[in-house]
Design a protein around this ligand. Structure first.
Ligand SMILES: NC(=O)c1ccc[n+]([C@@H]2O[C@H](COP(=O)([O-])OP(=O)(O)OC[C@H]3O[C@@H](n4cnc5c(N)ncnc54)[C@H](OP(=O)(O)O)[C@@H]3O)[C@@H](O)[C@H]2O)c1
Length: 264
């Protein structure tokens, strides 16, 4: 059994999650990696081994039973998780009624219930050891008052941000570091899934960060004890200005900048 610390990363098959895996491997962590696409996880494992021990747990985190299955698997493997990264996520494009309730419910599960459940499962052991790190990937979307045409996205990312803040307050003296990462536009598969790739393509290149850069900023912030980190100029400017902008004005701006999606 390896003596290296262990990090569990969700959304490891792509984008920011995969970037965290590469970074954490370099920082000396063994990994438990999860997402649905087992072939992608296998490729990542092949890149990181043998220096890093990588345990694959392919799962659909849109299913209510998946967090418990993941926890049981790590227990059966005899692993103690020192660091948890909740990165799995996506956005459902379109107005609310353009997706079925089943799809909206799956989104709520992946973006909110699963990260909350995983923290609930892995935190007790961290508290017992008086040591642990949790990084929750929220979004620039967590800061805006609404996300028309990605209906629930901002609300669910706000959930992640506020959950992170509450947990930090509750466990500040327990030796656990909670950090919420709020990325601005990042060059991953997220934009295509959200049907925002044309919007991203029109942005100046400097505005869209690489997932490796975002993971590095998030990791450094976590290790230096920060509880919120906004990555990229768009997120930092929004974060600085929004508290001073009345909701009505922000909503007007959002209404004028709605992403182009099919009618419905
Ligand atoms: N890219 C951006 O501009 C941006 C900005 C702000 C916040 N974020 C947030 O950053 C996080 C990472 O996204 P990304 O940009 O890295 O996008 P990405 O490249 O599309 O990666 C998303 C990851 O989530 C996993 N995932 C999605 N649905 C899942 C499910 N049902 N079960 C298990 N895993 C699932 C995907 O794996 P499988 O498909 O293999 O399951 C993939 O590994 C998300 O929470 C996203 O909301 C992204």
């Amino acid at each position: 059994m390896s003596s290296r610390p262990v990090a569990l990363v969700t959304g490891a098959s792509s984008g920011i999650g995969a970037a965290f895996c590469r970074l954490l491997a370099r920082e000396g962590f063994d990994l438990v990696i999860t997402a649905r696409r087992a072939d992608r996880l296998q490729e990542l494992k092949a890149q990181l081994q043998p220096a890093t021990q990588v345990h694959l747990v392919p799962l659909d985190l849109g299913l209510a039973e998946s967090p418990r299955q993941l926890f049981t698997t790590t227990q059966q493997l005899g692993l103690t998780v020192d660091l948890l990264v909740n990165s799995a996520g996506y956005a459902l494009p379109g107005r609310y009624l353009q997706s079925s309730w089943e799809d909206q419910a799956r989104l709520i599960q992946v973006l909110a219930t699963t990260p909350a459940h995983l923290v609930h499962l892995y935190l007790p052991d961290m508290v017992r050891r008086h040591r642990g790190y949790v990084l929750n990937v929220a979004s620039l979307g967590a800061l805006v008052p609404a996300s028309p045409r990605l209906t629930l996205y901002a609300a669910l990312k706000h959930f992640v941000l506020v959950m992170n803040r509450s947990l930090r307050e509750e466990y500040a003296s327990s030796g656990i570091q909670f950090t919420a990462l709020c990325p601005g536009p990042t060059a991953t598969e997220w934009a295509a899934a959200a049907q925002l790739d044309s919007v991203f393509a029109q942005m100046p290149r400097w505005l869209v960060l690489s997932p490796d850069r975002v993971a590095t900023l998030g990791y450094n912030a976590m290790m230096s004890g920060r509880h919120v980190v906004l990555t990229g100029a768009a997120a930092r400017v929004t974060g600085a200005l929004l508290p001073f902008l009345p909701d009505a004005l922000a909503l007007k701006w959002l209404a004028n900048n709605e992403p182009p999606v099919p009618d419905g």
